[in-house]
Design a protein around this ligand. Structure first.
Ligand code: AMP
Length: 197
C-alpha cells in the first residue's frame, strides 16, 4: 500500500495536550511540527520585532491578526523540511485562517490529509492549564487569559472542524488517558488513512 502524505492538523482546546501529542506524532512520522504558539513565544523571549508586536496580544489571550499569522505559516511550510509533510498545531484557528491555508495549499496541489481532533472535557483542560501555569510560568496561563482562550476556541476555532468534517478528513480522538495511550490512538487513526512512518 502506498502511504498517504502526512499533511496534518491537530486541533483541540487549550490544555488538551495537542502540543505534546503533536510533537510526538510528528517525530514518529519524521515530519516537522509547526506550532504557531511556539513560534510566537520564541520571538517574544528573543525580543524580536515580531515578538514585540505580539507580546501584549498573547498575554491577553487574544488572537494575533490572521494576515501576520498566515504569512508566518506560509514561510515555514515553504522550507525544505516540510516538503514531504508537516503537522500544524494551533493553526488555522478561525475561518479566515482556513481560507488562507486553503489558498496556499491548493496553489501547491497539496491539501491537508487528516485533522486530529483531540477531545477533553472543559474541567479537565482547565485543571491541566493550572498545572502548566505552576510548572512553566507561561504569562498567558492566568485565569482571565485562560477563560478568554477557551471561549475563543469554542466560538472561533471549533467551527473550523465543520469545514474539515465536510471534507471527510476529521478523526476525533479521546484526549483523556496516559501520553502513550493517546499517542497510540492518534497513530491508529492515521494508519487507518494510510498515514504511516
Ligand atoms: P497556543 O500555544 O497555540 O495556545 O498559542 C498561544 C497564543 O499564541 C494564543 O493564545 C494566541 O495569542 C497566539 N496564537 C497562536 N496561534 C495562533 C493563530 N493561529 N492565530 C492567532 N493567534 C495565535
Amino acid at each position: 500500500m502506498t502511504s498517504t502524505p502526512a499533511r496534518l492538523l491537530i486541533i483541540g482546546p487549550q490544555g488538551s495536550g495537542k502540543g505534546t501529542q503533536g510533537a510526538r506524532i510528528a517525530q514518529a512520522l519524521g515530519i516537522p511540527a509547526v506550532s504557531t504558539g511556539d513560534v510566537f513565544r520564541a520571538n517574544v523571549s528573543e525580543g524580536t520585532e515580531l515578538g514585540l508586536k505580539v507580546k501584549a496580544i498573547i498575554d491577553a489571550g487574544d488572537l494575533v491578526p490572521d494576515e501576520l499569522t498566515s504569512e508566518i505559516v506560509r514561510d515555514r511550510l515553504t522550507q525544505t523540511d516540510a516538503a514531504a509533510g508537516f503537522l500544524l498545531d494551533g493553526y488555522p484557528r478561525n475561518l479566515g485562517q482556513v481560507r488562507d491555508l486553503d489558498a496556499f495549499l491548493e496553489s501547491r496541489g497539496e491539501p491537508l490529509t487528516a485533522v486530529i481532533e483531540l477531545t477533553v472535557p472543559r474541567e479537565e483542560s482547565i485543571s491541566r492549564l493550572s498545572v502548566r501555569a505552576a510548572e512553566q510560568g507561561r504569562a498567558d496561563d492566568n485565569a482571565e487569559s485562560i477563560a478568554k482562550r477557551l471561549s475563543i476556541y469554542e466560538s472561533e476555532t471549533a467551527p473550523i472542524l465543520d469545514v474539515y468534517r465536510d471534507r471527510g478528513i476529521v478523526d476525533g480522538v479521546d484526549g483523556v488517558g496516559s501520553f502513550d495511550e493517546i499517542t497510540e490512538r492518534i497513530a491508529a487513526a492515521l494508519e487507518a488513512r494510510g498515514i504511516t512512518a
